[in-house]
Design a protein around this ligand. Structure first.
Ligand code: ADP
Ligand code: ASP
Ligand code: MG
Length: 416
């Protein structure tokens, strides 16, 4: 079985959906499982719905209407007339969503978030599945919430591999085109959970692992993995092949082309990962596999914007030692604040962090009782893998460098 993942950018409009159909015609779709994300920026739009719901805002119904109209417009472009069953199916999903909002009593933001935001993937896969049937491709719409089982960490759920493996190997049909949702799963009570933003790549890896797939392909709006994000760097080079290890490093430091959790399950079973262009599906793209040399040998640049540089020092000039550091990390983990650079001296400790869940001020209140805390918001973290002097100069030019750290393969700079 081959696993294909199509992200939000690939299905952002009717043309995108038609293009997915064209890609399948070109590369084949027997024994394929398609993992699909929400269309375009739907997940962000649904996050607004959650916010309006908790604010008890009169704008709630407008926020829902916006998501609905966006999907209806795509469907009107894809299907002739409005007789197709897809219209009933999509309307039913929206009435389920509205019903949930009426009956819900849970004050748990993250729980409600998952029940609402997951709708993006349910809608996109419903539309794709009906569209393929309409074009004469038989396919199975698979509700991933019956297959991927997780704990109850809403918005950042942890997969129960044993159960998931057992269910997937029993239920996934071979020799057909399966269409399922990225990003979502369910807990033991079958309430929806989500695997973290941008988590659809990870879903593809879960299916690959559990089906012993031949390969995973993630289809992108770029030719493959480049040596830098083309949104921030002018001249980029396509990496023809990289090792799992290199890909994990790039993804960990923030190369958003691959979700960092994706690589580990694939590496464990040595399942190759291809990153290819959905615009030119027959080009080779990038192959990620075991021990492959970086080809071509070149410096790779990763930038993470909107980071926070946090420095803690002891109030009484005492050392910052193992016990303080373990306490600080315990708190960071509880508040789900991700650390991407660490530097410490005898009496101070500096970290560059990402505050995804907007918890920093709560954490700051606790830390400030024990340490002198200073922080700078809105910094950028540059990571250069396989750096050269010229590469470092290019990044430094015109920037205020706050921290610089070097190891054998990697240079990191925090800049303002
Ligand atoms: P998806 O629609 O699958 O979620 P994303 O938009 O998340 O796709 O990922 C594709 C984008 O990742 C590209 O358009 C590009 O801007 C960005 N990107 C960041 N780093 C890299 C890199 N090293 N190589 C290629 N693309 C990158
Ligand atoms: N739709 C989800 C998100 O936007 C998951 C994904 O696209 O991978 O975060
Ligand atoms: Mg994405």
């Amino acid at each position: 079985m081959r696993i294909f993942k199509f992200g939000g950018a690939s299905v952002k409009d009717a043309e995108g959906v038609e293009n997915v159909y064209d890609v399948l015609q070109k590369v084949g779709y027997d024994d394929v499982l398609l993992v699909v994300s929400a269309m375009g920026k739907t997940t962000n739009a649904l996050e607004v719905v959650v916010k309006r719901y908790f604010e008890k805002s009169p704008e709630l119904s407008n926020a829902i209407r916006e998501v609905k109209e966006y999907h209806l417009a795509i469907m009107m472009d894809l299907f002739e007339g409005t007789n197709n069953m897809v219209f009933n199916a999509v309307n039913k999903h929206f009435s389920d969503l509205e019903h949930f909002l009426v009956i819900n009593k849970s004050p748990n933001y993250n729980f409600v978030y998952d029940q609402i935001v997951s709708m993006g993937e349910i809608l996109s896969t419903t539309i794709l599945s009906h569209y393929f049937s309409y074009k004469g491709i038989n396919n199975e719409w698979v509700d991933v919430r019956n297959l991927i089982k997780t704990d109850q960490t809403y918005r950042d759920a942890v997969v129960d591999w044993e159960q998931t493996q057992e269910i997937i190997s029993k239920t996934i049909k071979r020799n057909t085109l399966n269409i399922t949702q990225g990003f979502i799963g369910s807990d033991e009570n079958y309430f929806t959970t989500t695997l973290g933003r941008e988590g659809s790549d990870y879903t593809a890896a879960i299916f690959a692992y559990c089906t012993n797939a031949e390969s995973v392909t993630i289809w992108k709006d770029v030719p493959g993995v480049l040596n830098a994000d083309p949104r921030y760097f002018k001249d980029t080079t396509l990496l023809n092949q990289i090792s799992y290890r290199e890909a994990i490093e790039l993804a960990f430091y923030g190369a958003s082309v691959i979700h960092p959790k994706t690589l580990q399950p694939l590496q464990r079973k040595e399942i190759p990962l291809y990153v290819k262009s959905f615009i030119n599906p027959l080009l080779p793209g990038t192959k990620v596999s075991k021990g492959a040399d970086l080809e071509p040998q070149t410096s790779c640049f990763i930038v993470k914007k909107d980071q926070l540089l946090l420095s803690l020092s002891s109030i009484d000039f005492s050392f910052i030692m193992e016990d303080n550091i373990s306490e600080i990390f315990g708190l960071l983990s509880n508040y789900k604040i991700k650390v991407s650079l660490i530097q410490n001296t005898a009496i101070s400790f500096t970290i560059c962090v990402e505050d995804k869940f907007e918890k920093f001020q709560e954490l700051n209140a606790i830390l400030s009782k024990k340490f002198k805390v200073t922080y700078t918001e809105g910094v950028s973290l540059y990571t250069i893998r396989h750096f050269t002097e010229a590469a470092v100069h290019a990044v430094e030019a015109g920037k205020n460098v706050l921290v610089k750290q070097m190891s054998k393969e990697t240079m990191q700079l925090v800049t303002l």
